[in-house]
Ligand binder design. Structure first.
Ligand SMILES: [Zn+2]
Length: 77
């Protein structure tokens, strides 16, 4: 499951990261840049569900699949 860093003091959430360690590194960067390295009250690393790809990503995937299928058909003949 992806993870994100949340800082309630700044009212921000990071983008989701595939690894929890990456979300923790983002949290450390945020603390260093915005809070002088201190831990803001209530900060958390949260597990978030996987997100389905959006329409633009699906179009790119469909184009890649079409090119691969076209290449396989050409190679077969
Ligand atoms: Zn903050």
């Amino acid at each position: 499951m992806p993870h994100l860093y949340s800082c309630p003091v700044c009212r921000i959430e990071s983008r989701p990261y595939a690894l929890e360690e990456a979300a923790q590194r983002q949290g450390q960067r945020h603390r260093d840049e915005r809070h002088g390295g201190d831990h803001p009250h209530g900060e958390t690393i949260q597990e978030v569900p996987y997100q389905l790809p959006d329409t633009a990503q699906l179009r790119i995937l469909a184009a890649i699949v079409a090119v691969v299928l076209f290449a396989l058909i050409i190679k077969a003949f």
